[in-house]
Structures are given as structure tokens and as C-alpha cells.
Design a protein around this ligand. Structure first.
Ligand code: SF4
Ligand code: SF4
Length: 218
């Protein structure tokens, strides 16, 4: 059972959708309808035996956390999805924001949650966010997974093929910090979206902010 957005009991969105037709959530104007309890902000006290050193000196670092739950019950999920960080933005993608996802070594989890935001429930297209199958038409490169040897050149070629201005988004603990088995994406990200895998709400909110917030062009 997930953390309820407004303290009430909801049937699953899927069943409601079947009964009433396609229905899109009002997020982010309204709180998340249904949310998995993990992959949201953790809060707690004390030192724990964290496999990724995501907790140091009692401070939790979302980009290192693989949400393994080993620190429970000292640290508990809060349901707060605002765990992303938007650094550089270019302020040019207000009308449309095209994403080119690249998998450099995932388990498949990040890919599924990213895909989920195109579903009727979240519907990223209402914010002018789309996927593209070519880096030549992309505004942002979405990197997922640990950096694998065979994908290094592919990743850098994709980045080079993108027109300027362009953003790099690191999606998930593997791309941000290497998770528990490797190194991060190796291209400095402008936006980091923590989680293992990230929550669709976190992904959507981070992308909306990356798309609309005015920033400096490189
Ligand atoms: S959930 Fe796991 S990785 Fe995250 S802080 Fe707790 S022990 Fe560390
Ligand atoms: S961050 Fe987690 S879900 Fe995403 S690729 Fe790595 S292990 Fe899989």
C-alpha cells in the first residue's frame, strides 16, 4: 500500500481509468494521487550501515540512495517527491522539450518509470514534454544506468550529435553516483533525478522545472 496523497483511500488509478475512461492526474497542481512509499525523501536519525554511504553524519544524500530499506526504521520515507536538483537550465524549452533517453547500463527499472510518465495517468505531453528517437532532435539527454565500457563512446557520440543548447539529465542512482556497482554517467549533469528507480512524480516535476525555469545559456 502506498502513501496516500490526501489522507483518503483511493482505488487504483488503473481500475478507475477502466471504469471512467482515460483520466489524467492533476499533479503537480494537486498532490500525488497514489505514491509508492520508497523513492521519496527519507527522514530519520543516526548512523546506519548504508551500502552506498548515502547517510553520513546523519545527513541523507538522495543521489547515492538505492532505497534498499536497510536503514529502516531509523530512516523512513516521507512521501515528499521533491528530491531532484535542477542546476543549469536554458529557458528555451517552454513550448516543447524533447528528451533522448539513453541506457548505458541499467537494470531496466529507470527505463520503466521514465516510460510511465508518458502514460495517460501522468501525461507528460500536457507540459510540452516529448520523447525523440534521435539525439539530433533532442533538447535533453536522459542518461540512465551505470557507465559501461561498451556504451561510453555511444553516450559521448549521442551528446555530440545534439544541437545546442542542450541539457544532460542523470536519472536514477546509477547514473548519478554509480549506485552500488559502478560509476556515474561521466557527463556532468544539469539536472539530477534521484531514486532507484525514481518516482514518476519526481521525474515529471524535475522535467517541468528544467523546461520552464529561466537560466543561462552556455
Ligand atoms: S535506503 Fe539503503 S541506500 Fe538508502 S540510505 Fe537507507 S540504507 Fe542507504
Ligand atoms: S538506479 Fe536503480 S532502477 Fe535505475 S538502473 Fe540503477 S539499479 Fe536500476
Amino acid at each position: 500500500m502506498g502513501i496516500r496523497g490526501r489522507g483518503e483511500v483511493h482505488v487504483s488509478w488503473f481500475l478507475r481509468g477502466l471504469r471512467k475512461g482515460i483520466k489524467t492526474e492533476k499533479f503537480p497542481k494537486e498532490k500525488p494521487l497514489e505514491i509508492a512509499p520508497w523513492s521519496t525523501r527519507l527522514k530519520g536519525d543516526g548512523e546506519v550501515d548504508c551500502p552506498t554511504n548515502a547517510i553520513k553524519g546523519g545527513k541523507w544524500e538522495p543521489g547515492r540512495c538505492v532505497f534498499c530499506r536497510r536503514c529502516y526504521p531509523a530512516y523512513r520515507p516521507t512521501g515528499d517527491v521533491d528530491i531532484y536538483a535542477v542546476g543549469r537550465t536554458v529557458g528555451l524549452f517552454k513550448k516543447s522539450f524533447y528528451l533522448y533517453p539513453i541506457d548505458v547500463g541499467t537494470c531496466g527499472g529507470c527505463n520503466l518509470e521514465l516510460k510511465a510518465i508518458s502514460s495517460p495517468q501522468y501525461d507528460m505531453t500536457r507540459f510540452g514534454i516529448f520523447f525523440t528517437n534521435t539525439p539530433r532532435q533532442a533538447d535533453a539527454l536522459v542518461v540512465m544506468g551505470v557507465m559501461t565500457e561498451r556504451m561510453r563512446e555511444v553516450l559521448f557520440n549521442a551528446y555530440e550529435a545534439m544541437p545546442k543548447p542542450k541539457l544532460v539529465i542523470a536519472l536514477g542512482a546509477c547514473a548519478i553516483s554509480g549506485g552500488i556497482i559502478g560509476a556515474g554517467s561521466e557527463i556532468k549533469p544539469d539536472v539530477v533525478i534521484p531514486g532507484c528507480p525514481p518516482n514518476p512524480y519526481t521525474i515529471l516535476k524535475a522535467l517541468i522545472e528544467a523546461r520552464t525555469r529561466k537560466g543561462e545559456e552556455k
